[in-house]
Design a protein around this ligand. Structure first.
Ligand code: DX5
Ligand code: ZN
Length: 212
């Protein structure tokens, strides 16, 4: 069954801990944490201290998505803050093999994300060494954007490339009750959803609806 990862980018920042607990109790499988550096993307969010402060509100997997030009310096701080899985961008400026080994050295799961303009084939060399590919279905930086349908072909292409390897496919951006079934059909294992879940009156109903 597909797993749901609500993105706290759309949570109530004034009550972040409570919102993380609420969405966990509502059936979230992972908590998706969007870290933006104001450079790789034109927006700023939060750093390790904030992640550490919400760690005690849930025991769900912390899925940390680093939208950073130079993530290398922040891998250790995010591990110590409680990250279970760290996703870096293929388009970042640091060496990808170095980042993969840094994350693995701490015993954490490794993800690589690709922007809408990045080809799926660029990820092939890293597939044997990673746990997850995060396909961006919007331009990273902001919640609430419309789903780009080209992501569906990318998911299907990836699924084919992954074959029997233990690599999960996650999709991030513009996920709602209309786009979720198409992503599941194309082969997504995890759906990241920010505004759809946190904008709903009932988090549980929203999560159940995405699960289909
Ligand atoms: C965008 C982030 C997403 C974002 C998704 O840069 O990576 O995780 O929060 O938000 P929605 O679901 O509102 O498109
Ligand atoms: Zn994200």
């Amino acid at each position: 069954m597909v797993q749901i990862a609500p993105s706290i980018l759309s949570a109530d920042f004034a009550n972040l801990g409570k919102d993380v607990k609420k969405v966990s109790d509502a059936g979230a499988d992972l908590i998706h944490i969007d870290v933006m550096d104001g450079h790789f993307v034109p927006n700023l969010t939060f750093g390790p201290v904030v992640v550490k402060s919400i760690r005690s509100y849930t025991d769900k997997i912390f899925d940390v998505h680093l939208m950073m030009t130079n993530p290398a310096d922040f891998i250790e701080p995010f591990v110590h803050a409680g990250a279970d899985m760290i996703t870096i961008h293929l388009e970042c400026a640091d060496e990808i093999p170095t980042l993969i080994s840094m994350i693995k050295k701490h015993g954490k799961k490794v993800g690589i994300s690709i922007k809408p303009s990045t080809k799926v084939s660029d990820i092939i060399p890293y597939l044997p060494d990673i746990d997850l590919v995060l396909v961006m279905s919007v331009e990273p930086g902001f919640g609430g954007q419309s789903f780009q349908k080209t992501a569906l072909n990318k998911i299907a292409e990836l699924k084919n490339l992954i074959g029997r390897k233990p690599v999960k496919i996650s999709v991030d951006g513009g996920i709602n009750d209309i786009t979720a079934p198409a992503c599941i059909l194309a082969g997504a294992d995890i759906l990241v959803a920010g505004s759809y879940v946190f904008g709903a009156r009932s988090y549980k109903q929203a999560i159940d609806k995405l699960k289909g």
